[in-house]
Ligand binder design. Structure first.
Ligand code: NAP
Length: 282
């Protein structure tokens, strides 16, 4: 890759951001397609997000991914946001069109593509048990609610957050049965595991070095699939146990890949070289 005066700049705003796989994924895509573009990581402190957003315009940066902790706080600094980002309340992709900044949420589409490809799950009519009620859970809720899931149970350690998420989405999607429960409520969890077509973990438990959530997976019905948004380690304890019990199960690398591919397509208008991008993050 040769950086020239004409090279277009893309990147990611996060804090911290040095662990991000997005630079290697996008730079491999740019170089494979011979595009005069580069992707870099910017560590932006939370209080600097407004200035950082303005710098996209000032420096003529073409596109930016947004990660923790800026996915919500970037929104007031944009000129407009897409419906999926609006529903989710979070933006992970910004496109700069001659100084006009538009926000998107490709975690939603990335999640849908990954569960279909990795597990053969489509959201229409699905019964879902979603563990967690943080930012990633909001993207999962948007994906299932916008695409006709039948029933979603949100189980979270802090019940208030599950209640808030259930009430917010419940108001907009009245036909979907959305129920909050506390993660510690063992009997409710067992019952919901028995109903679920898909169990989704959106908590950060079991990220490298942390203890996994203890779930009675033997209560899952035989045909149920399991998706863990966590992708480091590749086979999380949840995925390992679900596979041991004979279920289709996948970690979150596919979601990471497809959210990146969708960002790439929004920025460039070109089809993303998904195989190359997958190899890069693997
Ligand atoms: P977040 O907003 O900080 O939310 C964290 C969630 O995890 C909360 O529901 C929290 O519960 C729960 N939690 C944390 N530790 C827990 C524990 N020990 N036991 C039970 N619950 C626990 O984080 P986020 O943005 O939603 O991200 C969550 C995870 O998803 C991260 O690991 C992130 O890497 C992953 N992710 C992956 C992708 C992908 O592309 N694959 C995309 C986005 C996010 P409380 O409410 O009780 O605190």
């Amino acid at each position: 890759m040769e950086i020239r005066a004409t090279t277009k700049i893309y990147g990611i705003f996060g804090h911290p951001v040095s662990h991000s796989l997005s630079p290697v994924m996008h730079n491999s895509a740019f170089s494979t397609l011979g595009l005069d573009c580069v992707y870099v990581a910017f560590d932006i402190a939370p209080e600097e997000i407004g200035q950082a957003a303005q710098s996209i315009r000032t420096l003529g940066i073409k596109g930016i991914n947004i990660t923790i902790p800026h996915k919500e706080s970037i929104i007031p600094h944009l000129d407009g946001i897409a419906p999926d980002a609006e529903l989710t309340g979070a933006v992970n992709t910004v496109k700069n069109d001659a100084g006009k900044l538009s926000g998107y949420n490709t975690d939603v589409g990335g999640f849908l593509k990954a569960v279909e490809e990795d597990l053969g799950i489509k959201p229409e009519g699905a019964s879902v048990l979603l563990i967690g009620a943080g930012g990633a859970a909001r993207a999962v809720m948007s994906a299932f609610c916008m695409n006709g899931a039948e029933r979603i149970c949100i189980a979270n350690r802090t019940k208030d957050k599950a209640l808030k998420l259930a009430s917010e989405f419940g108001k907009q999607f009245k036909k979907i049965k959305i129920e909050p429960v506390e993660l510690d409520d063992r009997s409710a969890i067992k019952a919901r595991l028995g109903d679920a077509d898909i169990l989704v973990n959106s908590t950060s438990a079991a990220m490298e070095g942390k203890a996994a959530i203890d779930l009675p997976l033997e209560s899952l019905k035989e045909s149920a699939a399991v998706y863990d948004l966590v992708y480091k380690p590749r086979e999380t304890p949840l995925v390992k146990e679900a596979r041991r019990l004979g279920h289709r199960a996948s970690g979150g690398l596919g979601m990471l890949l497809y959210q990146g591919a969708l960002s790439f397509e929004i920025w460039t208008g070109m089809e993303a070289p998904v195989d190359v991008m997958r190899k890069a993050i693997e």
